[in-house]
Ligand binder design. Sequence first.
Ligand code: CFM
Length: 554
Amino acid sequence: MATAPKENMQDQRALDGKDPETIKKQLIKKYPPKVARKRAKQIVVNKIEADGTVPEIGSNVRTVPGLISQRGCCYAGCKGVVLGPTRDIVNITHGPVGCGFYSWLTRRNQTDPESTPDGHNFMTYCFTTDMQDEEIIFGGEKKLKLAIQEAYDNFHPKAIAVFSTCPVGLIGDDVHSVCREMKAKLGINIFGFSCEGYKGVSQSAGHHIANNGIFTHVVGTDDTVRDGEYKINMLGEYNIGGDAFEIERLFELCGLTLISTFSGNSSIDKFANSHTADLNLIMCHRSINYVAEMMEKKYGVPWIKINFIGAQATAKSLRKIAAYFEDPKLIDKVEAVIAAELPEVEKAAAEIRPRTEGKRAMLFVGGSRAHHYQELFSELGMKTLSAGYEFAHRDDYEGRRVLPDIKVDADSRNIEELEIEPDPEKYNPRKSEAQVRALKDKGVDFSVYEGMMPEMETGALVIDDISHHETEKMIALFKPDIFCAGIKEKYAVQKLGVPLKQLHSYDYGGPYAGFKGAINFYKEIDRMVNSKIWGYLKAPWQQSPELAARYGTD
Ligand code: CFM
């Protein structure tokens, strides 16, 4: 190329001086043509236009059979992600024992049973119907009824939820009628989810099903108005590694009243009451935006997007909440909290940053963290070469402005969309249209999420549902200083000589949210990227030149 236009200069910074389009071709070169065409739509070179738009990315589509994906299943999204962190619902997995066992606390979602009077905490138990051949052949409804009865007799919970695994849908057990029957018999809230693992293309379908179920069966069933000022709900925060505890600490310092969290450190009574809050805060947009939308339509509770990952993002989010309530007392309090908390974070960053500055990260996680954690890395002076979600939709990448353009395919149509009307008695819009406009001018935008790509550099590679082959290629080509993903990737990546930070379970660490969490993260990343051990490891292609063709730097 004779002259390098300005964009290419940006590209060079973004991808270590390598041409992103060439890298993209290398990632898909070994695929059969049909697979390569499909993957090409999901691998995008980031480019931000003057009006803020970014290129379209293929997402929320089926993984090509044969490619090793990071994704989980619909059941995992429903039972594991959304309902799992609620301590006082007995969650019964209707299915073979493995589904229940492997979704049992592996996400490291924590809870504080002492914050509810009865102290119930069923999260430490694994409840499953343990289906055997006999149930698969003759049906499992009888066994499910017995399981519900047994759970009730032993624990006397306020609620029981039943989660369907793949075989349940295949043999046609009607979990909903079993739940209705047992609800009438036992007089407690019992509800079921048709979240068979194969539904949809990933765990994202399970989030939607969980949101529908929780909204239908629980939200709005208790109108008690609790004491306290500035009532908020926290949506899409699951208390992994204690994140919610740190966020709750900050809310308390600021004088905000947390009505309910969906669903970290939560209890069912709080969900029931959540429609009495004045504002919904969305942390993880992908997993819970449905609840926020439905709550707004039915009860008039507006939502704003916030992010408590990153010290600056935390301060910004707290200020946004204070601005919403338009009370100088709260605004001052929030400023005082930020002023008291930030110096310690800045001190830690200043100490660590000389050792992390300029190092390069790649993040391939779920449906929101691959975006949020870029904040923490940039606070350490690190850059994100490439990032992507496992199962997010276009709006999480490109921003909600693209929602009207998203084509609904057969897999998405499979998941029920609830028709929500304003509640004749309980609907109460919290702000007038004039107030909404005025707040918008102050930077409090309602129902807006800009997505990951507008915040990434031009020239960075955005890869949806990255395959294992592409992961190996990216590592061979770039040897990043840290790779963020999950347990399935961890040891494969580390054997290639690159440290892997689990951003799902946080390995054994956390919290990483809020101010104290930021400090924890800085220390952890410093330790990982500066450990000498990685220099002693040789990747397979470095030891055996014949493998170079396979992993390739071609
Ligand atoms: Fe939301 Fe999550 Fe995530 Fe998610 Fe998940 Fe998770 Fe995740 Mo693992 S709800 S989308 S389905 S932030 S379990 S707490 S870490 S993939 S990025």
